[in-house]
Design a protein around this ligand. Sequence first.
Ligand code: GLN
Length: 532
Amino acid sequence: MKYIFVTGGVVSSLGKGIISASLARLLQSRGYRVTIQKFDPYINIDPGTLNPYEHGECYVTIDGQETDLDLGHYERFTGIRTTRANNITTGRIYQNVIERERRGDYLGHTIQVIPHITDEIKRNMLALGRTGEFDFVITEIGGTVGDIESQPFVEAIRQLRWDLPGDTVCIHLTYVPFIKAAGELKTKPTQHSVAELQSKGVQPDILVLRAERDLPAALLAKVASFCNVDRECVVLSVDMPSIYEVPLGMQQQGLDTAVLRKCGMNPADTTAKLNDWLDFLHRREHATREVRIALVGKYDLQDAYKSIRESLSHAATYNDFRARIEFVNSEHITEERVADMLSAFDGVVICPGFGQRGIEGKLVAARYCREHDVPTLGICLGMQMMVIEYARNVLGLSDASSSEMDAQTPHNVIDMMADQKNLTQLGGTMRLGGYECELKPGSHAAKAYGELHIVERHRHRYEFNSQYRAAFEEAGMQCVGENPQTGLVEVVEVPSHRWYIGVQYHPEYSSTVLRPHPLFYDFVSALKASAE
Ligand code: GLN
């Protein structure tokens, strides 16, 4: 059982999550059992209450934890199922310690960052390893070394290196900028960042240098000697055409072999089998024709719909198509403009979301797609908008709405779930995580899944109001997925259309590189038919 720590320096957004996920994939391909966890130094208990502009999408694990979007990369790259234990924040560390203090567990002692907070961090860092289910636990530390809030995490790593000699490896990811005016690549920020880490008592074993262009061997040798790192442990990571090429780049640069050697293992004992991964890349490279997909939402930001983008991209690859995914801001969609804004697309995804902003545009988009038979997938709020649009324009309930947007609506076709009504806290109180769903035999959704019993992840407070179910079904919108315990409607579709399906859950959380999600796959197949 070995622990690999991944820290970052110089600047954030270098892709620590992708490097961690790529390393996990490489170790897995050698037959090792691997998991990845992320420690985020911010004080929120979890990212569930964060605005997507702050931290991108909120990813949800099968056991209902709202987590950092890097966990999505971990799952997509490795196929592992992460849980609540895979994402810990400073907020949760402090919450645990303070709860213990209130219970009197510390028997009168003064509670301090060292040792109490660091002990709690260490306990969490070791928790997954102690299950005995893994050969490697990769721990990514959010933020950059030198931030005040990262210090207890770096201190915990320092202590663990001491407690577990020979069983830990430290990888530090830095950035090598190219200074245009001087025409030079600069390693000084890397040297400073390593010096910062060393000043906290942590000597990195492996350096991964992010750069926009190739570095001459002499520069890599210089970094090695300045930073007390073996030359073969300085690994270059240049920009790749896509994140899915990164595992190969890391393999060519010898990241996995460096890790194994640092763990006292012989890399020659195992060989990396990446055939299925290579097959995926090959298909991506050889897909020439494209399908154009609109993401109708309100967050004009790449990371806000990360998992949806990746799921569409996986599905397109396995359909031998290239997905051209474009964001369409629902705040700008009006009756007059909708045709101009959407007619060039083969398919439309109406995205999840919260609150009022941009919903009118989503309703207009849903109507346009329904009336023009454009293949459409509505996810969570997107499904709710499909339902409201149908109620207003087909059932004739012109004031139909969701009680989220209009608490007074007489036709609350989307209503707050009963168990949500008396909650006073926002964080972690939605319907979260995996729930079962029974699909109606013969429905489009059942055909797409190829099975009738599914489990999908949820993140919402509102639901389809079952009082209206019969009226919708009579008017042509069928409720074809239902929670077997509660009867909640999870999937709606209009069978007379080519592909018009809304899901209350989030299928995007469970698409992986090697197992594209069947609903996205089927959606893209339908688009392909129109693109051909
Ligand atoms: N705001 C809606 C609800 O809470 C939808 C949430 C979502 O799209 N994830 O039910």
